[in-house]
Design a binder for this molecule. Sequence first.
Ligand SMILES: Nc1nc2c(ncn2[C@@H]2O[C@H](COP(=O)(O)OP(=O)(O)OP(=O)(O)O)[C@@H](O)[C@H]2O)c(=O)[nH]1
Ligand SMILES: [Mg+2]
Length: 605
Amino acid sequence: MNQLRNIAIIAHVDHGKTTLVDTLLRQAGGFRENQEIAERVMDSNDLERERGITILAKNAAVRYKGTKINICDTPGHADFGGEVERALSMVDGVLLLVDASEGPLPQTRYVLRKALEKKLAPIVVINKIDRKDARIQEVLNAVYDLFIDLDATEAQLDFPVIYANARAGLAGLTPDEEMKDLGPLFDAIIKTVPEPGGDPTKVLQMLIANLDYSDYLGRLAIGRVFEGTVKTGENVALVRRDGTIATAKITKLFTFEEIHRLECEEAHAGDIVALAGFSEVNIGETVTSAVDPQGLPPLHIDEPTLSMVFSINTSPMAGREGKYVTSRHIKDRLDKELLTNVALKMEPTESADSFKVIGRGELQVAILIENMRREGFELAVSNPDVVTRMVDGVRCEPFELVSIDIPETFTGVMMEKMALRRGEMVKMVNHGSGRVLLDFMVPTRGLIGIRTEVLTDTRGTAVMNRLFDSFRPWVGDISRRTKGSLVADRVGDTTTFALFHLEERGELFLGAGEKVYEGMVVGENARAGDMDVNVTKAKKLTNMRASSADDALRLTPHRQLTLEQALEFISTDELVEVTPQSIRLRKRILPSEDRYKKMRPLEAS
Ligand SMILES: Nc1nc2c(ncn2[C@@H]2O[C@H](COP(=O)(O)OP(=O)(O)OP(=O)(O)O)[C@@H](O)[C@H]2O)c(=O)[nH]1
Ligand SMILES: [Mg+2]
């Protein structure tokens, strides 16, 4: 049998994982000479390419000196931590990438903790050593500190260190040696990562860690064969997470080869495979012998902490742009998502038209919404809320560790900001370079909408990272947005004239010539509380033509909110209306009269 190694590449966001997979594939002969291949070839879905980030963990495989290496590329953004956890269930070792300038960041800590808990063999790769601001030795020391902090065993602390420039495909055992390729990294993988083990003659046990979908094969179950041999055409049992057993026939079997799936007749213990033939199959289930079924321990995935309510679109413009608009459509789509996305949960609400979606963070849920828009859905989404939980009779809420790297001068501002949001400073490091690193423990509730604010406060100079830490006792009220909304008071088309005269009242979210309806949010009020405004007002007709008079007025460019920004901006009495073409903000209650009626009793109490 061929030699085999299974590894996952893990790191904080943007430290170069997908780029390294590119060069590993290239140097192992994964691509034909001169073959045109896209940069970051593993980031294959539309949103990944557009945003330049990895969202889904994916498998590839390379061959080096007779050994097949299965490689799992994982996402670095904290919201997709569930993907990393599952990828780790397929491998025996990890490449921990650390940016030579940025050093270990919160997600580095998270993924390393998961890898050490699973007793995987780590190889540390100090990447981007070509960066001008690289501080290689310092970063390596910080990596050692991190291992010690995470209670690594002696053996784990003995990790090999590789210095690399993933983009150029260079690696070495020292930072200064002359490098010619990734050879030293390949050699380290083969030397450090143990062979997968498992006995091909034993009872089949394959743990499903991932699902994929193919138009002509249907659902594909991806995972590692831990014991035994899996064969095409074989009847097998599927042990569900609750212990019940279903049977199925494997219609097709694939192993990974470069960036493709290669059809084969059988695969043995140790390899990572994709199976077709199951109509219903879920992550965490075991594919095993139909005669003597033996389940593997189910996968544990961290609980999600942030929720948003998805409802049907009830705005006056509903149904104009989307194909799928009913609650049935939305529910079916969410059910389908839950099958492949185990870090996401759904709960029913009091209304049959609304569903509570619980995820790891704003980005994870925003990506789902973005995918739904592209598929033709219309929906209304509430502001994010946190999940609370009772721990020993005390109501607890999620807390996150937030690291902010800023120029020294902003230290005071940032400490004030975090204190307002009930954050406590846990660490402060002054590099002596004019920048400081501040660590805060802050309730997730206080962090909604924080990124935009921090960037504004620090004139774009802050680098901020956050990571779920633990559930802690509820800290009481946190004041969120201090400013109200500018709300359209009637239906119509916006005019330059009206918008121009509103500019001093706040910041606008739309330009001239756009359709609005009563109750639609058109901007942020400069003061607290909402203000109803007429954005459709035309200049009184004089002898001059109104439009040419409008032309003379120049609008300041308005603030175009992205989906994430819109979700972070809205307060509890507002919604984001999402359609394939538009993102609009609105009050939950549209008619202004009804809105004020509803507010009065509140104010009196
Ligand atoms: N200077 C330099 N840049 C690099 C190197 N490796 C990667 N990059 C750049 O770093 C950026 C991020 O690279 P990716 O490979 O997408 O990072 P990633 O870790 O896969 O990111 P996520 O999957 O979103 O977590 C890209 O612009 C790369 O070109 C390197 O060795 N040196
Ligand atoms: Mg990536």
